[in-house]
Ligand binder design. Structure first.
Ligand SMILES: *Cc1c(COP(=O)(O)O)cnc(C)c1O
Length: 367
């Protein structure tokens, strides 16, 4: 039975399977052995997805949405005597800057237009002249616009200059293959409700264990203390500090199994990329221009400008689509009016065809 009256074209929360939702019908106890074992299985499974099972990495699960994970890392691993260079080309790296301001964490921002990817050469110029920088931070898939930043070139730069490397892979991990040890990422952050297709409620951090161990006592917040959370999980075999989102954890456990059954990250990536291409090309045929040029477009979400011909009102279009079974996402740019279509979650060809037909009808009515 499908209880949903509409599907989400938003990049998290997203449309999950019935079987993922069903796992939330069971109540569990946080200190129970079965629950702790499930947490440990998730932690191991995440390492496997990151190609990091046997290479000095560990996983920490953290209560809260994705931002809690990002804030946990930034506020727990960078000392007052250190400094992070943040490569800003969207709202999520801007948010990283705000987090640093809240906690008085030394940072420097390299600002890039939102439709461009941060260039490793330009970042290198900064690293050459500012020797106080100890960490490099970026977003992989910028959900603000849908741009996919070049992880490889920035990772190579971090390795060359021996900087610790923090990656917000919130909307890419699980949907885009990331070899964490090969890239030598120090901290990778993602969350339950994006490409692994769980429901919202916790974030997770894949961490270089040796580096994490050195951060003890650095945290600026009790609830978000990454080291302390990790230590409890390690010492007590999967025990979270404080109440954990048990139903969400169970749903995530199921979602990880379903990712595996789909064929793992390669199969999921292929589906996302295909859906994204279908959607982007179909929308272009209907006269909707994408904000990000094709070579930079990631497989998760696409930003479209409002069409210049015909009346166009976001709220009106939103209602039109919702009545026909799909919910879309407003834009997040300040300079131009845009809207976004996410294609992660349980979205398949039949959905994309339907969505395009609805947009075609809407255009006919408003042009
Ligand atoms: C979703 C997301 C986040 C976290 O957002 P929350 O609303 O806190 O879950 C952070 N960065 C990126 C790139 C995201 O897509």
């Amino acid at each position: 039975m499908d209880r949903n009256t509409y599907k989400l074209l938003t990049p998290g929360p997203l449309t999950t399977t019935e079987t993922v939702k069903e796992r939330m019908l069971v109540d569990m106890c946080t200190w129970d052995q079965d629950y702790k074992a499930m947490t440990q299985e998730i932690r191991r499974g995440l390492l496997a997805l990151a190609h990091a099972e046997k290479s000095g990495y560990t996983t920490v699960l953290m209560q809260g949405s994705g931002t809690f994970g990002v804030e946990s890392v930034l506020s727990s691993v960078i000392r007052d005597t250190e400094k992070v260079l943040i490569l800003v080309n969207g709202a999520y790296t801007k948010r990283m800057c705000r987090i640093c301001e809240y906690h008085h964490i030394p940072y420097r921002a390299m600002e890039v237009p939102y439709d461009e990817i941060p260039d490793a050469g330009k970042a290198e110029e900064i690293l050459k002249t500012d020797s106080t920088i100890t960490h490099l931070a970026m977003v992989h898939s910028e959900t603000t616009t849908g741009i996919l930043n070049d992880l490889d070139s920035i990772a190579a730069l971090a390795r060359k200059y021996n900087k610790k490397f923090i990656v917000d892979a919130m909307s890419s991990f699980g949907g885009v293959d990331i070899d964490v040890p090969r890239l030598k990422i120090t901290y990778l952050i993602s969350s339950a409700n994006k490409c692994i297709q769980g429901v919202p409620g916790f974030s997770f951090i894949i961490a270089d264990e040796a580096d994490l161990k050195q951060t003890r006592g650095t945290a600026r917040s009790l609830s978000l203390d990454l080291y302390d959370q990790w230590e409890t999980m390690e010492k007590d075999g999967g025990k979270w500090r404080f109440t954990s989102p048990t139903h969400v954890v169970a749903a995530f456990h199921q979602a990880m199994q379903e990712l595996d059954r789909e064929g793992g990250i390669p199969a999921r990536h292929e589906r996302y990329a295909r859906m994204n291409r279908m959607l982007r090309e179909g929308m272009e045929r209907l006269g909707f221009k994408p904000y990000i040029r094709a070579e930079y477009q990631g497989p998760i979400i696409t930003t479209f400008f409002y069409p210049e011909d015909g009346a166009f009102d976001f709220k009106d279009m939103y209602r039109f689509l919702k009545e026909r079974g799909y919910v879309i996402y407003p834009g997040k740019l300040t300079e131009r009016d845009t809207f976004r279509l996410g294609n992660i979650g349980e979205i398949y060809e039949a959905d994309v065809e339907k969505i395009l037909a609805i947009f075609a009808d809407y255009r006919k009515e408003t042009r």
